[in-house]
Write a protein that binds this ligand. Structure first.
Ligand code: NAD
Ligand code: DAU
Length: 342
């Protein structure tokens, strides 16, 4: 089976590629990534030389490039991880979010339709459901009430996916996962951001009163869920994926302070994020009962391992923070050209 993955140089896409290369010895994986600020080929060093892996640098909004790659590769399945993903950036400037997350998804589905792929899996988010009060959980039937430009762009993409299933019969699937944590996450998201700040002896900025709740899941558990939905999900369906692990931001901050041996003088309350969703919680009954998918990594264990990973891989996040990682593609391309010369 040939699986075309977009956004495979990002946090979750690269985790899925590393996982799938190990789990599916018969798969060929084609990674299509624009390498925006969030794309980092160093995340894929482990698979870069594998003959079952191929990389194309392309923008998913570029219909010509995408069409060319699809007709060259003829994938059996597509998983769309590519997106602009940081809520704060979407508040500063929504325009790229609308382009990549909506138009890019449509361009991919058009190419998938033309080449007759057997599965098109859209990686969505729980943020499409908006915000919860103190009780309740999001089910797949909860109303879509996005609150940030990021969430609105992901919701629009989900609706387009639905339309391509209904109108053209494209065999689509959608996953809506809660907050991921783990290694190789870009250090603008709260966990790696705070770990790296604390390591540098800097205070960490907690938005508002810090009582916003997120449902945390280890990225390895997310990858296992994506794999199950791709192979066994029913076309046209949406599957929620969650960690069953609700934590306030203050709780997360205190756990990180403890893990880093710092006291609460390193915690600073700063003005709130506009439109900040108060609480996310996932009802994952459907994926549990239909596909037998349950998260396996206990939060405390996963968080400790994640903190350790950032401490042991300082060179990785230092290169990200300094921007040096963005030269990785040029080096990779030069190496490849040198290799291609007989
Ligand atoms: P990320 O920001 O780490 O990576 C995004 C990747 O997409 C990068 O490699 C980037 O270069 C690539 N990309 C961006 N624009 C592109 C374009 N126009 N063309 C081609 N490639 C492009 O994101 P992530 O956290 O790994 O998230 C991956 C997916 O999972 C996203 O669709 C996101 O909405 C979804 N999601 C994320 C989380 C989370 O907690 N991080 C939770 C649920 C769902
Ligand atoms: O729920 C899934 C979503 O999780 C994904 O769809 C998004 O792509 C992903 O970025 C993530 O969104 P969040 O906005 O929840 O993640 P972030 O790490 O930015 O923030 C987590 C919480 O921490 C949120 O309540 C805001 C808060 N926060 C964040 C940062 C960066 C702070 O208090 N201070 C900070 O500096």
């Amino acid at each position: 089976m040939k699986v075309l993955i977009t956004g495979g140089a990002g946090f979750i896409g690269s985790n899925f590629i590393r996982y799938a290369m190990r789990a599916h010895g018969e798969w060929m994986i084609v990674n299509v990534d624009k390498l925006t600020y969030a794309g980092n080929l160093a995340n894929l060093a482990e698979v870069a030389g594998n003959p079952r892996y191929r990389f194309h640098r392309a923008d998913i909004c570029d219909a010509e490039a995408v069409g060319r790659i699809f007709s060259e590769e003829l994938p059996d399945a597509v998983i769309n991880f590519a997106a602009e993903t940081h809520v704060d950036r979407s508040i500063d400037d929504p325009s790229m979010f609308l382009k990549t997350n909506i138009l890019g998804t449509q361009v991919l589905m058009e190419a998938a339709r033309k080449c007759g792929v057997a599965r098109f899996l859209q990686i969505s988010t729980d943020e499409v459901y908006g915000s919860l009060g103190a009780t309740g959980r999001f089910s797949e039937d909860s109303p879509l009430r996005p609150n940030s430009p990021y969430a609105a762009s992901k919701t629009a993409a989900d609706l387009l996916v639905r339309a391509y299933f209904k109108t053209y019969g494209l065999p689509t699937l959608v996953t809506r996962c809660s907050n991921n944590y783990g290694s190789y996450q870009f250090p603008e998201k709260i966990i790696p951001f705070f770990v790296t700040l604390l390591h540098e002896g800097k205070p960490v900025p907690v938005y508002g009163d810090g009582m916003n709740v997120r449902d945390w899941i280890h990225v390895d558990d997310h990858s296992r869920a994506v794999d199950a939905v791709l192979l066994r999900g029913r076309p046209g369906q949406v599957y929620n994926v969650g960690g069953g692990n609700e934590r306030t931001n203050i709780e997360i901050t205190k756990l990180l302070l403890g893990a880093m041996g710092k006291d609460e003088s390193h915690m600073r309350f700063v003005p709130d994020r506009p439109g900040h969703d108060r609480r996310y919680a996932i009802d994952d009954t459907k994926i549990r009962t239909e596909l037998d998918v349950v998260p396996q990594i206990p939060f405390k264990e996963g968080l400790d391992a994640t903190v350790r990973w950032y401490l042991e891989n300082e060179a990785w996040w230092r290169a990200v923070k300094s921007g040096e990682y963005q030269t990785f593609y040029d080096r990779w391309y030069k190496d490849r050209q040198n290799r291609d010369v007989p």
